[in-house]
Structures are given as C-alpha cells and as structure tokens.
Design a protein around this ligand. Structure first.
Ligand SMILES: NC(=O)c1ccc[n+]([C@@H]2O[C@H](COP(=O)([O-])OP(=O)(O)OC[C@H]3O[C@@H](n4cnc5c(N)ncnc54)[C@H](O)[C@@H]3O)[C@@H](O)[C@H]2O)c1
Length: 337
C-alpha cells in the first residue's frame, strides 16, 4: 500500500499527540519535521524515527517527496503556511484556528477553491464519543426541542498570558486570548449541532493578565442560533486550581443532556428526563482518544479523497463569530454575524 508521506510543521506541545497518532497509523510515513528550535525538532525526530529535520519549513513545502503537511505552528503562521503548501501541491492538515483574520480566511478559501483542494482542520470536539452521542440523541429528539446550551471551558494559562515572550494569547500572533484559542472549539461544536449562529453579544476581559499585548483571559459569549436556540459560552484561562475542563449542557422541552468533567481525562454524558438520570456514560482518556480519532479520520479521508468534516465555510463562520464577539465586547452591543 502506498503511504501518505507527511511533513510536520512545528514541534511544540501539540506535536506529541500528532506524532504519536500518525506514527501508529499504517497509512502514514512521517518524512520530515521542522521547527525554528532545531534541538526540539531533533528530539522529536529521534523519538519518532523521522529522517529529515529542517529549521525552515519551506524546505518541507518544496520537497517533492512530501504529499501532505501537518501545520502545528503559532496561529499567525497558519495562513501563509497553508497558502504556500497548497501552491506547492501539498494536502493541508491544520490546527485550529485555521487563520485569525477574515481577510486571510477569504484569501485562503479562494486559493483552495482555485486549486480545488480541501484543508483538513483539527476541530476535535466533534470526534469525542460523548459529543457524538449527544448529537445523535439530539437528532432523535430525545430531549424534544432544544432551546438553550451552556458551555464552559477552563484552563490554567496564567503563566503564558503573563509572559511577554510567549506567543500564546498575544493579539498579534494568536489573534486574541482564550476565546480565539479555545472558544473556537466550542463554537464549532455548537455549529455542528445547531447550525451557524446569527448574532452575538459578549464581554471579554483581562482579569489576571495585565499585558497590553495580550488578549482576554475571560470571555462570556451569548449566541443566537436558528430555531430559537440560545447559547452561552464562558471561557477562562485563569483556573489555577483545576485547570483544563470542558462542560456542555443542552436543555430541551422534554429533558436535558450534559457532558460533564469528572476529573483528569474523564468525561461523562448524562441524559435527564422527568427528574431522573436515564443515560449515564463515561468517556475515559477522552482528550487523547478524541485527538487520535480526528487525526486518523483525516488520514482516512485524505486516502479516500473524501471531503473534510469541517468545511472552510463553516470554519469561516466560526472565525467570524469570534471576531464579531470581540467587536461586540468593544462596542457594548449585540452584533449580527
Ligand atoms: N486542538 C488542541 O487541543 C490544541 C491544543 C494545543 C494547541 N493547539 C494548537 O496547535 C498549534 C501549536 O500550538 P502548541 O501548543 O504546540 O504551540 P508551541 O508554541 O508549543 O509550538 C509551536 C512551535 O512552532 C515553532 N515555530 C514558530 N515559528 C516557526 C517557524 N517559522 N518555522 C518553524 N517552526 C516555528 C516554535 O518554535 C514552537 O516549537 C496552535 O495552532 C494551537 O492553537 C491545539
């Protein structure tokens, strides 16, 4: 079987789960890895048996041996790396957010359209078992007509948000704070179950972060969806005691569905009807599993020439929602998306 030959762009924190998953996938051959920090790239290359190590990622883009690139770079580099990769004839896999500016999104969509290529984005929440089950139960109308969702994200990025040298949360390089970094996932999840949001009002604040170069460390977003569904998202990067967690609650006319955090790497899906718990299912090791699920699905879709599960139009509306949320926070009013 011919394997997809992949080059990795960026050997930072998220690269470990990508490298582990791709190295275990029998349809993939990891050929090269690039990072400005050559020591880091070399360390990962050794660990995963990757032969070519580059500090300049354009060497990977111009390498005829490479079929696809996996872009794991800071946010502001996603646009250029994706456009250049498409122009070099490579298939693009890219971490979220796919770009940080609407003008870049439009330009990337135009390039992808002209070259007739797809970009495979890593919007991973859709690939968690509890999320898929929640979506299935919603479709089966098990809670009747949904009218409200409440989503909650926390992490502890206080050190990075207060570090001038870190690109994370930096408006120029990250495109914003916790909403751009993590809110992008929950907006995608809500788009998946309710369609595209129509309007937004929001409050975005710096609470623990005082650096002017950084974005918000607390974002509270209110979204209006079709069919009279409202959603609230609260994201903060200031949870110094608990750290990373996602929670989601969907309320309907005949019950409610909840995905709750149950300690490290464990989620639980609950269905309440008539005051009773009707379904309780736990999902262990969910973060690793969900990342593996989406990366393996992307590889299978590339091999079978199938379209990505998140198309660029959907990602564009997701990004627009974030940009409009920032505008709403500044203007102090509700804004159409
Ligand atoms: N889906 C998720 O759950 C998840 C989680 C964490 C991060 N991410 C995303 O993954 C991406 C990377 O995040 P990270 O946490 O690994 O960041 P990171 O800072 O740890 O890694 C980024 C790497 O890119 C390298 N780099 C910067 N400029 C470069 C250049 N011009 N050429 C080559 N290498 C360059 C840096 O040296 C660094 O090692 C971001 O888009 C982030 O939002 C996704």
């Amino acid at each position: 079987m011919t394997k997809i030959k992949i080059g990795i762009l960026g050997a930072g924190k998220i690269s470990d789960i990508h490298l582990k998953t791709l190295s275990e996938n029998k349809s993939v051959s990891l050929i090269s890895i690039s990072d400005l920090n050559l020591e880091l790239a070399t360390e990962k290359a050794k660990q995963y048996g990757i032969e070519k190590i580059e500090s300049d990622y354009s060497k990977i883009l111009n390498d005829p041996e490479i079929d696809a690139v996996d872009i794991l770079l800071p946010h502001h580099l996603h646009y250029k790396a994706s456009v250049d990769a498409i122009r070099c004839g490579k298939v693009v896999i890219c971490e979220k957010p796919f770009v940080t500016k609407l003008s870049d999104a439009k330009s990337l969509m135009k390039t992808a359209g002209i070259k007739k290529v797809s970009i495979y984005l890593k919007h991973y929440l859709r690939y968690s078992a509890s999320h898929s089950k929640l979506k299935k139960l919603l479709r089966e109308k098990i809670i009747g007509t949904p009218y409200l969702a409440k989503c909650f994200y926390t992490c502890n990025s206080v050190a990075e948000m207060n570090n001038k040298k870190s690109w994370k949360g930096n408006i120029k390089e990250a495109g914003g704070g916790v909403l751009m970094d993590a809110g992008v996932h929950v907006i995608d999840f809500l788009q998946d179950i309710f369609g595209n949001p129509m309007s937004v009002s929001s409050e975005c604040k710096q609470v623990f972060t005082k650096l002017k170069t950084k974005g918000e460390d607390l974002a509270m977003i209110n979204l209006e969806f079709p069919n009279n569904v409202m959603a609230e998202i609260t994201c903060t990067s200031n949870d110094t005691s608990y750290g990373f967690r996602w929670e989601k609650h969907v309320f309907g006319s005949e019950g409610s569905l909840h995905i709750i955090d149950c300690g490290k790497d464990k989620n639980e899906l609950l269905l309440y009807k008539n005051g009773k718990v009707v379904i309780r299912e736990s999902e262990d090791d969910w973060w690793n599993q969900t990342n593996k699920n989406i990366l393996n699905d992307i590889i299978s879709k590339i091999i079978n020439k199938e379209k990505p599960s998140v198309d660029l139009n959907t990602a564009y509306v997701g990004l627009k929602t974030i940009i409009k949320a920032y505008e709403s926070a500044k203007a102090g009013k509700r804004i159409k998306i």
